[in-house]
Design a protein around this ligand. Structure first.
Ligand code: GLN
Length: 309
């Protein structure tokens, strides 16, 4: 018999009430000017079950800038192309440094620690620039498929806003290229990278996109296999160890789910064999993770008793 349907409705209502005092706190990512205007007190959360059920609360259908959550999907795409050869380009250890740090690169021959810090995502984007004439569209198309929503796109305004303020990512890319670790022109890589970060999706879209990884590499509604079970497992492991930057240890301790965050205030997560999850609230903590988002996920696993442990 099927396991009893979890009552996420009650949990989401309780979570929304509990995070209320946190809304409006934290900082928004003002180094991307176009993001600075997003109201900080917004909060939305969605859970999509493997069978297609949707539970939601708050602004769960409002689109926001997915930012570093795109790093997960860029990695997925690059792994589809390169397989294990990708690990010659990027490592898979937690960095213990902020997401936009350059320091380790000098000591490690320009090889980024993992694909979820900016340096690692630039190496992954370099692969996508080699493989695709239009790497921007390649990722948008993947997400349309994973979210089962043909309306998904990136915001040109947010992409250009970040691109005009990308000195730090540019420095990182030039530095890596000086080690012979990037093969495409830095401008090309940054254009694609900023467009990927500027993709806009709602919590419901993103929660549905996580079903692939909750379902061992197969889209549950069509049975289409996009990843081997082994690759799906590995992506989940990387999210657990590196998905929330230098807070990944604390996040695993408090929440106990594989997850990936972005400075737009979104965090995606999943419970294997059960559901995809996304929470969004723009106010960020010092590590660049959504303040209310982390709290909401911690409440979810605490209230429902469901986590990967
Ligand atoms: N676009 C952002 C950047 O490159 C993404 C960072 C993030 O979401 N942590 O700085």
């Amino acid at each position: 018999p099927a396991p009893p349907r979890p009552d996420f409705d009650a949990a989401l209502q309780e979570i929304a009430a509990r995070v209320q005092p946190l809304l409006g706190q934290g900082q928004v990512a003002s180094y991307i000017p176009e993001l600075a205007g997003v109201p900080r007190e917004r909060f939305g959360m969605a859970i999509v079950g493997i069978g297609g059920e949707v539970w939601e609360v708050g602004h769960a259908r409002e689109r926001f800038s997915i930012q570093s959550i795109s790093k997960l999907f860029a990695l997925l795409k690059a792994l589809q192309h390169e397989g294990d050869a990708l690990w010659e380009r990027v490592g898979r250890e937690p960095s213990g440094t902020p997401f936009n740090s350059l320091v380790q690169l000098e000591h490690e021959g320009g090889k980024p620690r993992n694909p979820f810090i900016n340096a690692g995502a630039l190496a992954v984007t370099d692969v996508l620039c080699t493989r695709h004439v239009q790497p921007e569209t390649a990722l948008v198309e993947l997400l349309r498929k994973l979210a089962d929503n043909p309306g998904i796109d990136y915001s040109l305004r947010v992409a250009q806003s970040e691109r005009r303020h990308s000195d730090r990512n540019a420095a990182m890319a030039h530095f890596m290229r000086s080690f012979g670790r990037l093969h495409n022109p830095v401008d090309r890589i940054l254009d694609a990278y900023c467009s990927h970060c500027a993709i806009e999706m709602s919590c419901v879209d993103l929660a549905r996109s996580m079903l692939l990884l909750a379902n061992h590499g197969e889209l549950p509604w069509s049975g289409e296999r996009l990843l081997t079970p082994s690759l799906s497992k590995r992506l989940n492991a990387l999210m657990l160890t590196c998905g929330t930057y230098d807070a990944a240890g604390d996040f695993a301790f408090r929440v106990g789910l594989p997850a990936k965050s972005g400075v737009g205030g979104g965090i995606v997560a999943l419970i294997p064999n059960l559901c995809g999850i996304c929470v969004w609230s723009p106010g960020l903590d010092a590590n660049g993770n959504s303040l209310a988002g982390v709290a909401a996920l911690e409440w979810l696993t605490t209230l429902t008793g469901r986590s990967i442990f």
